[in-house]
Design a protein around this ligand. Structure first.
Ligand code: FAD
Length: 435
């Protein structure tokens, strides 16, 4: 059987390479350079569209742990990165052209991979095996086809995400549980005095934002306004808008606070909370600074910064099974950022995972979940099984991993133990189920 892979980005390249080198026949469709996306500049596979950093290699950093696991599974991204490495301290940074050229040549040299430089605008969903890995800049033609296949509600075009923090880093001494008008206790409320509100408002108005294309700005602002824009429209705009205290009585004072930042649960286990109405274009270091102005978030660990940009991704928890196949059509897999993982390495890692299970299926074996103690297993399980409500793209972070059995107080020691456990789990898994 031939595996059809659409898109030779980070994810599609991993799928094609990992299957091709094992002798599986692959047809890899890539529309560049004939048709370019808004963000790519070359015809190479696995082009890095922005930063040339693949982030940390230290296993006590979530990205470093992800790399260690990918290396164990086999990764063309990491092999090519090694050859294209440029000095960058603890991070793995690459010469982007050498890197992308290495990936392209490695794939093109595989006999079992046929490269077709064409845009795919449709395919027969009833026929053959497909892996859709067309990323955040999926072409318009394929976007329309997917919209018909999956339904309107399942394809998101904009990524407007509020920051997400870990529950354990929220200072509950300065917060209280409760929904508006005493209707439940699902939300965490961070009350602000008038002085604290003013400080937060000032910080928001003064903070630096990431600029965006006019086209994006128009489309985006029609849908939802960034918090800093609301703040700019007047000093009281926030406390009559997303920070309004109406119906929220602080049990410690018996009164409605001056303003309230609400936090909503993000996952079934209650390990992550997002700031309600805080979608933002602030630069990441500015988000950190602004959030510190909210008393219950002074020491908050941000696992996902707020973003607003064009980004095509599907509602994976509703559409995909844990193996990243369509529930209703298991011959169609998705990989990369289109599934809701975010980041170069996360996208590549999802490609490896999809390749692993496609390979198993073609060998007559059943597909397998990766251990949840691993960063890859935890991330994929989060995307498919743990999200509550609509999916917001997620990158690797230690908050995803199941807690250690014994409590380790210092952050570094805890991460080291979590990382060692993850690597051990991945080693054992691959010993038992090699490919
Ligand atoms: C502007 C921008 C900047 C980013 N910066 C960073 C960053 O600095 N660091 C980071 O970690 N992550 C970043 N990301 C997020 C993400 O990591 C990258 O987008 C990553 O490249 C996603 O990998 P992918 O394989 O899913 O998609 P891509 O790498 O985009 O690959 C998809 C491929 O599919 C092709 N394609 C699309 N439609 C079709 C079609 N119909 N037929 C055939 N081929 C098609 C495209 O040409 C492309 O080659 C950024 C994203 C964007 C949009």
């Amino acid at each position: 059987m031939i595996v059809n892979v659409i898109g030779a980005g980070l994810a599609g390249s991993e799928v094609a390479y990992n299957l091709g080198k094992r002798g599986i026949r692959v047809r890899l469709f890539e529309m560049r350079p004939k048709k370019m996306t808004e963000v790519h500049k070359t015809g190479y596979f696995a082009e890095l569209v922005c930063s040339n950093s693949l982030k940390s290699e230290d296993i006590t950093n979530a990205e470093g742990l992800l790399k260690a696991e990918m290396k164990l599974m086999g990764s063309i991204t990491l092999e090519a990165a090694e050859k294209a490495r440029v000095p960058s301290g603890k991070a793995l940074a690459v010469d982007r052209n050498i890197f992308a050229k290495e990936v392209t040549e490695a794939i093109e040299s595989l006999e079992s991979v046929e490269v077709i430089r064409e845009e795919v605008t449709e395919f027969d969903p009833e026929e053959g095996l497909w892996v859709v890995a067309t990323g955040p800049a999926t072409s318009d033609g394929l976007f329309s086809f997917l919209r018909n296949l999956l339904g309107d509600d399942f394809l998101f075009f904009f990524d407007a995400v509020s920051p997400i923090v870990t529950f354990e880093s929220i200072d509950m001494e300065h917060a209280f549980w409760g929904d508006r008008f005493g209707k439940g206790k699902d939300y965490i409320n961070c009350p602000l005095t008038d002085g604290e509100y003013e400080e937060l408002w000032k910080a928001l108005v003064e903070a630096e934002v990431i600029e965006m294309e006019d086209f994006d700005r128009k489309l985006l602002f029609e849908r939802c306004q960034p918090i800093e824009e609301i703040a700019r429209s007047g000093k009281d705009a926030l406390r009559y808008g997303p920070l309004r205290p109406t119906g929220l009585v602080d049990p410690r004072t018996g009164k409605e606070p001056y303003a309230v930042v609400q936090l909503r649960r993000e996952d079934k286990e209650g390990r992550f909370y997002s700031l309600v109405g805080f979608q933002t274009r602030l630069k990441w270091n500015e988000q950190k600074r602004v959030l510190r102005k909210i008393p219950c978030l002074r020491n908050a660990e941000i696992v996902r910064y707020g973003v607003m940009h064009r980004n095509v991704y599907i509602n994976s928890p509703k559409l995909l099974d844990i193996f990243f196949r369509l529930k209703k059509q298991p011959n169609i897999f998705f990989a990369g950022q289109i599934t809701g993982v975010e980041g170069y390495m996360e996208s590549a890692a999802s490609g490896i995972y999809v390749a692993y299970n496609v390979y198993r299926i073609l060998k007559g074996l059943s597909p397998l979940k990766l251990p949840e103690e691993t960063m890859m297993g935890a991330l994929f399980s989060y995307i498919i099984e743990k999200v509550e409500g609509d999916l917001k793209p997620m990158y690797a972070n230690f908050g995803l991993l199941p807690p250690l059995k014994t409590r380790v107080k210092d952050k570094f020691g805890k991460r080291k133990k979590l990382a060692e456990r993850a690597i051990e789990a991945m080693r054992k898994f691959l010993e038992e189920y090699p490919w």
